[in-house]
Design a protein. Structure first.
Length: 277
């Protein structure tokens, strides 16, 4: 079931509950995609609100399917998480992020790269060793990376997740709490985990120029983050009013369509040149 998006891109609905036959074929398609290098790492800039400089990027995966075309992550990430395929995909993304980081460093470009991590990844005791190996292979520093973790990723088995995250942090990787404010235990995790960054969920940011409650929530979150010496990032910044409001509230970084949509990592250097003008 392919349908057309507003952007013109074709997306695929796996309908995973309908038949296990279909699930099996989707899983083998994902495996084939990895072999055929059909995944792409897109990046979206994070900009400092005090000076407009690009400080970091978030890595967001896309699937270029030979028949169905461009596929967004919401169409296959949940399935990849259910089946455990996500471990291989995360490994690919981390490797790609390290490769691109090394390339950019050689061009004098130093940006932190954020990678999204899922619950299945955190259950893997060998994840820190695997990441250390990737960093060593590409000769890049752990401090060049940030791992974005959602609350649901931790909830399944908090003890095990905490243990893995502690080890990753000890290696020098930054940790970020993604979609902050949407879960039940965000505050508990903030207390327990060695977090460096807090990402305010876009549901609070998208219409904050029109909704005073959203503004109050965003302001309180920024204050909370700063009181705990964390950097605070707002995602889903779509217009200049929200950008100005966030700056006024003292938010550290902004990410969203107003700055740029996610783009192929190869497009970033040229985009940066234009942005800096
Ligand atoms: P997320 O981590 O919360 O990523 C932010 C999503 O918001 C991205 O959607 C991004 O394109 C979108 N976005 C950015 N700016 C704006 C804006 O101004 N307005 C609006 N409305 N949306 C904006 P995307 O790329 O489709 O990814 C969706 C989700 O899929 C991500 O949510 C993340 O949970 C997951 N995902 C994407 N790539 C990966 C990956 O490599 N690994 C894992 N585990 N999950 C991934
Ligand atoms: Ca994220
Ligand atoms: Ca998010
Ligand atoms: Ca999300």
């Amino acid at each position: 079931a392919a349908k057309q998006r507003k952007s013109g891109a074709v997306i695929y609905s796996p309908d995973i509950d309908k038949s296990s036959q279909k699930s099996l074929s989707l899983l083998s398609e994902l495996r084939a995609a990895l072999e055929q290098q059909a995944f792409r790492m897109y990046v979206q800039p994070k900009v400092g609100l005090n000076n407009g400089q690009v400080i970091a990027v978030e890595a967001l995966v896309r699937w270029i399917h030979p028949e169905r075309g461009f596929i967004f992550p919401d169409q296959f990430i949940p399935f990849a998480e259910q089946t455990g395929f996500i471990r291989q995909l995360t490994h690919w993304i981390m490797n790609e992020a390290a490769r691109v980081c090394s390339l950019w460093n050689s061009q004098g470009l130093h940006l932190k790269i954020s990678v999204n991590i899922s619950t299945r990844d955190l259950m893997d005791q060998d994840l820190p060793i695997k990441f250390a190996h990737i960093l060593q292979q590409h000769q890049v520093d752990a401090s060049s990376f940030c791992l974005e973790i959602t609350e649901s990723a931790i909830m399944d088995d908090p003890v095990r997740a905490f243990h893995t995250l502690d080890r990753l942090h000890a290696m020098g990787l930054d940790l970020s709490i993604d979609d902050f404010g949407t879960g039940y235990s965000s505050l508990a995790y903030l207390k327990r985990l060695p977090v460096n960054e807090l990402k305010i969920d876009k549901s609070f940011v998208l219409k904050m120029e029109k909704d005073i409650d959203d503004t109050k929530i965003v302001k309180s979150t920024i204050d909370l983050g700063h009181n705990m010496s964390l950097r605070v990032v707002a995602e889903g910044v779509e217009n200049t009013e929200v950008m100005a409001l966030l700056k006024e509230l003292g938010c550290d970084q902004a990410q969203g369509y107003f700055i740029s949509k996610p783009m192929p990592s190869t497009d970033l250097p040229a985009w940066l040149e234009k942005w800096q003008q």
